[in-house]
Design a protein around this ligand. Structure first.
Ligand code: HEC
Length: 291
C-alpha cells in the first residue's frame, strides 16, 4: 500500500469517527436541551394549574359553601377537579398542543379515564408511596410528549363523594350517576395529574441538526482527502519517484553526468543532495577503475 493511500486511510478513518462522534454528541446535547425546555414549560403550566386550584379551594369554595344551601352540589362551583377541568379547557383553546389530564382509574367524569400508559403511572405511584413526581417521554396518537405527573391520593373527606354512592350529594348522583367514581379506598392512589408538553418538533430538529453536522463532516473529510492527495503528489510521491529513478540509474552507472537536483530545503532536498554526492563518488570510482 502506498504511503499516500495509507495516510489517507488513517486520516479518513479518524475523521469519520470524529464526525460520527460530533453528530452523536450534538444530537444528545440538543435532545437534552429540548427535554430541559419541555420540563420548564411543563413546570410553568402545572404550577399555574395548582395555583388557580389552590385559590379556588382556599378562597372561593368556602364562600360558595356558605352561600349555597347545604343539600345542593354544583360541581363547577364546588369541585376542585371540575374547576381545574374548566380552566384547562379554556387554556387548551389557546394552546392546543399542550395536554393536561386528571387521569383516573375509575372516574365520575368519563373523559378523565386513564389510558394504559396513565394506568401504569398511577400503579407506580401506588406501589411506591414515597414517589412524589414522575416524568418521562410518552407517545400519544403518534406524537411524542414529555410528561410530568403527580399522584392523587384519597383522603377521608373525599369518601363523602367518592365512597358509597348512597352518601354522595344528590346533585352529583344526578349528574354523574352511580356507576363510576365511587367506592374508592382511603389512602389509595386513584389518579394522577399529568401535564404533557409536545417534543416531537424538537426531537426532529435535533435529528436534523445532527445529520447536517455529519454531512458537513463528510464534506470536510472529502476536502481533506483531496488536499492530502494533491500535497502528497506534489511534495512526496513525485520527488521520491524521481529520486528512485535517478538512484537506479546511478546503480547501473548510467547518466552520471546529470546532477541530481531537488530545490527544497526539507528532508527530500537533503536526500537528493546525498544521492547527488553518491552520484559524484560513483562517477569518480568508475573513472578511477577505468584508468
Ligand atoms: C363534594 C363532593 C366531592 C368531594 C368531597 C371530592 N370530590 Fe372528587 N370529584 C367530585 C366530582 C363531582 C368530580 C367530577 C368533576 C368533573 O366533572 O370534572 C370529581 C372528580 C374527581 C377526580 C377526577 C376524576 C373523576 O372522577 O372525574 C378525582 C381524581 C377526584 N375527584 C379526587 C378526589 C379526591 C382525592 C378528593 C379528596 C381530597 C375528592 N375528589 C373530593 C366530587 C367530589
Amino acid at each position: 500500500m502506498s504511503i499516500r493511500l495509507r495516510f489517507i486511510l488513517i486520516i479518513g478513518v479518524i475523521s469519520l469517527i470524529a464526525a460520527c462522534l460530533f453528530a452523536y454528541l450534538s444530537y444528545q446535547f440538543t435532545v437534552n436541551n429540548a427535554m430541559e425546555e419541555a420540563r420548564a414549560k411543563g413546570n410553568i403550566v402545572f404550577t399555574f394549574i395548582e395555583s388557580s386550584r389552590k385559590f379556588f379551594r382556599d378562597e372561593q369554595r368556602p364562600l360558595v359553601m356558605d352561600i349555597v344551601e347545604k343539600e345542593r352540589f354544583y360541581p363547577t362551583l364546588m369541585s376542585g377537579f371540575a374547576f381545574t377541568r374548566g380552566v384547562w379547557d379554556e387554556f387548551a383553546k389557546e394552546l392546543p398542543e399542550y395536554r393536561f389530564k386528571q387521569a383516573t382509574i375509575d372516574p365520575l367524569y368519563a373523559p378523565n379515564k386513564a389510558d394504559a400508559d396513565e394506568l401504569a403511572i398511577i400503579a407506580e405511584f401506588e406501589a411506591n408511596k414515597e414517589l412524589k413526581t414522575k416524568e418521562g417521554i410518552l407517545e400519544k396518537d403518534g406524537e411524542r410528549f414529555f410528561y410530568f405527573a403527580r399522584p392523587v391520593k384519597v383522603g377521608k373527606k373525599c369518601l363523602r363523594c367518592h365512597g358509597n354512592p348512597d352518601d354522595a350529594p344528590r346533585d352529583q348522583v344526578e349528574i354523574y350517576g352511580t356507576e363510576n367514581g365511587y367506592n374508592w379506598k382511603q389512602g389509595a392512589t386513584v389518579a394522577s395529574f399529568i401535564t404533557y408538553v409536545p417534543i416531537h418538533t424538537a426531537l426532529e430538529q435535533a435529528k436534523h441538526s445532527a445529520l447536517t453536522l455529519f454531512l458537513f463532516g463528510l464534506g470536510g473529510i472529502a476536502l481533506l482527502v483531496v488536499v492530502i492527495w494533491v500535497f502528497f503528489n506534489g511534495y512526496l510521491v513525485r520527488p521520491i519517484t524521481m529520486l528512485e529513478n535517478r538512484t537506479t540509474e546511478i546503480s547501473l552507472g548510467k547518466n552520471l553526468e546529470e546532477k541530481v537536483e531537488h530545490g527544497a530545503s526539507d528532508e527530500i532536498g537533503a536526500l537528493a543532495r546525498a544521492i547527488d554526492r553518491m552520484r559524484i563518488s560513483t562517477k569518480k570510482l568508475l573513472e578511477r577503475c577505468k584508468k
